[in-house]
Design a protein around this ligand. Structure first.
Ligand code: BTN
Length: 244
């Protein structure tokens, strides 16, 4: 595809050749009043950021985009949008590939990480969300294999422009679902694409490593684990391995 990507009705594309981080550019635009559905897309990032302060390798060939959202919700509920975005990525995976979501916001294709999601929110003093920047990196042309990666990468194939079109369309649809039906519907859809209940998993919580069996997702998006010392609810952590 060589023409400019077409975004959902009412959405606006800010297309850049190169930027430090699309998340930073989107936050700047959001602070200046840019509307929900403003999408910053760059061919490459020179300072791409991942979760937990990690670097996100961002040479030309993959998709780097950040979408401004104005969800009008309380700060804790903003985290639900990570599950919304993960489902939107899963929605664009070709049907002949095996897709699985992994807590909290990863998407695996044929067992390899195909996308990463970095949500960054601005919260008003009232506790309401001013905006959320949903930063999404999707491997399209190639799968980076870097020493710091804990499991292999995967890529979708096709063009970056087509991936951006499909992803924004899927994101608009999943956002509509979230607004209309609430997190319960999103949670059920996410669980349907997650690893099986009962799978043995390890979760890193800072210095602590917790092992247990995957027991689902609670109504706020926390990971539920059955451990040998009883049930545990994990609000923030990093799931190791490929399951759930
Ligand atoms: C992760 O650690 O898995 C999240 C990676 C998020 C990367 C995307 S690429 C577009 C946006 N801009 C950034 O600097 N990061 C996000």
């Amino acid at each position: 595809m060589s023409s400019a990507p077409v975004l959902p009705d009412g959405w606006t594309l800010v297309a850049l050749d190169s930027v430090g981080s699309t998340n930073d550019e989107a936050a700047r635009l959001a602070d200046a009043g840019a509307a929900e559905g403003t999408v910053v897309w760059a061919r490459e990032q020179t300072g791409g950021r991942g979760r937990r302060g990690r670097h996100w390798s961002s040479p030309v060939g993959n998709l780097y985009s950040s979408t401004i959202l104005r969800p009008d919700c309380s700060a804790p509920r903003a985290a639900e949008l990570g599950f919304v975005a993960a489902l939107a990525v899963a929605d664009i995976v070709p049907i002949d590939r095996a897709v699985r979501v992994k807590w909290p916001n990863d998407v695996l294709v044929d067992g390899g990480k195909v996308a990463g999601i970095l949500l960054e929110s601005a919260i008003a003093q009232t506790g309401r969300v001013e905006h959320v920047v949903a930063g999404i990196g999707i491997n399209v042309g190639f799968a980076p294999q870097l020493p710091e990666m804990r499991y292999p990468g995967a890529s979708l194939g096709g063009s970056v422009e087509a991936a951006l079109e499909k992803f924004t369309k899927a994101l608009a649809a999943r956002l509509g679902e979230w607004r209309r039906d609430g997190f319960e519907t999103v949670r059920a859809a996410w669980l349907a694409k997650a690893g099986p209940i009962g799978t043995e998993v390890d979760v890193r919580l800072g210095e602590e490593l917790v092992s247990g069996r995957f027991a689902g997702l609670d109504r706020e998006g926390a990971l539920l684990l059955d451990t040998t010392s009883g049930p545990r609810k994990i609000v923030s952590g990093e799931l190791l391995g490929r399951a759930a």
